[in-house]
Design a protein around this ligand. Structure first.
Ligand code: COA
Length: 261
């Protein structure tokens, strides 16, 4: 039994904190780590007390410095495809969980590390962070969604520059191109992520879920299809107790007490 040794999982006050915990290898993602991420993400999804997830890396140097290169080096083509598909499935579960997630990028976010961060809903970076897709330097391409999510986040031109040069960028540049939402001093990264999480936690949980769905699914649709889905989800939100509570609280000049239904 491997046990949950490579990923720490804690829940407190509506926030699940997932810490990739392999600092001696800069939190590189080996199979066991990916399996543990999958398990804790599923647990956060199933736990009704969890409203927001924070994903971060243990230690001060790395968020995640990539997929484990030692494991990668011995892959056959068939194994490589299966490896990429299974990692993609883990990150897709996180992306489609229906609960917002925040990557607190406390250091290197390279390769699979950047791919993990991009599967999160929002990204905060420490000023000291370095972000990149260095795979081509190893003779491979990103395999956990990097070619797809990076281009969707920052556009094909910038994504291709990062992917083809393999050069990392710093947090300021990542902010400039829209790869991260905010940059904060390294010592403040977790506090900033928690503060953002707490703001989100005050909002209507069903509305958050529909908003996530509308944006994520809509990105894969034509504008007309996306607008139709938005209208349907908007209509559904009008049927919730949360909608009645939210609008009533505004009129009564008080804070809403959402129940998530
Ligand atoms: N896979 C496996 N091990 C990794 C790793 C990865 N992606 N990234 C770092 N490590 C290990 C190193 O092998 C080293 O282990 P060791 O002490 O047993 O030799 C340890 O983590 C510390 O890394 P080190 O390279 O000594 O630190 P550094 O400060 O000199 O360099 C980086 C930091 C991030 C620039 C460098 O580790 C690096 O380039 N890592 C690979 C990044 C990458 O290509 N990721 C994409 C993989 S697809």
């Amino acid at each position: 039994m491997s046990g949950a040794t490579r990923v720490q999982y804690e829940t407190r006050d509506g926030i699940a904190r997932i810490t990739i915990n392999r600092p001696e290898k800069l939190n590189a993602l080996d199979r066991q780590t990916m399996q543990e991420i999958d398990r804790v993400v599923a647990a956060a999804g199933d736990d009704p007390s969890v409203g927001v997830l924070i994903v971060t890396g243990a230690g001060e140097r790395a968020f995640v410095a990539g997929a484990d290169i030692g494991e990668l080096s011995s892959q056959t083509p068939i194994e490589g495809t299966a490896y990429a598909r299974s990692g993609q499935a883990v990150l897709k579960r996180l992306e489609r969980l229906g609960k917002p997630s925040i990557a607190a990028i406390n250091g290197y976010a390279l390769g699979g590390g950047l791919e993990l961060a991009m599967a999160c809903t929002l990204r905060l970076a420490a000023e000291s962070a370095k972000l990149g897709q260095p795979e081509v330097a190893l003779g491979i391409i990103p395999g956990y969604g990097g070619t797809q999510r990076l281009a969707r986040l920052v556009g094909a031109g910038r994504a291709l520059e990062l992917i083809l040069t393999g050069e990392p960028i710093d947090a300021r540049e990542a902010l400039r191109i829209g790869l991260v939402n905010r940059v904060v001093p390294p010592a403040d990264i977790l506090t900033a992520a928690e503060s953002l999480a707490r703001t989100i936690l005050t909002r209507g949980p069903v509305a958050l879920r529909y908003a996530l769905q509308a944006v994520r699914e809509g990105l894969q649709m034509t504008l007309d299809e996306g607008l139709l889905m938005e209208a349907a989800l908007f209509g559904l939100s009008c049927a919730t107790e949360d909608m009645r509570e939210g609008t009533r609280a505004f009129v009564e000049k008080r804070k809403p007490a959402f129940k998530g239904r």
